[in-house]
Design a protein. Sequence first.
Length: 149
Amino acid sequence: EGVASYVSVPDGGKILDVGCGSNNASSSKTESKATESKADETKAEESAAAADDAEVTITIKDNAITACAFKTYEENGTLKDENYGMADGEIKNQDYYNKAQKAIKGSEAYAKEIIGKINPDEVDSISGATYSHNQFTDAVYDALDKAAE
């Protein structure tokens, strides 16, 4: 479920801001209507969606994602960053910290890998960041579905 608002932009495209949530981090395999309904239309769209403790913002132009930002958050709402995996500002468990940081690097890689594509299933999962991959895929599908409406 989400709320969308449309604004015209000078190049004839539109910006779509979407906020939505999901309690399921498993990957959605539904086909996006964005490729079918607007394949030959030049457009610029920005869409944002959230899945669990994650947020993705994508820009679509000429039937491809041209920009993507993916952020994940801890349960308390703190952005997962270079401090993720620390306790009280210190690395108390090096293995846990390394795994946490590997997940963040994977999240960053997903956002880069989808550029030039329109299908989130074309983004390969990275070992150690599978949960993030599922969040990313769900959020991108949500954003694409909202963009196609």
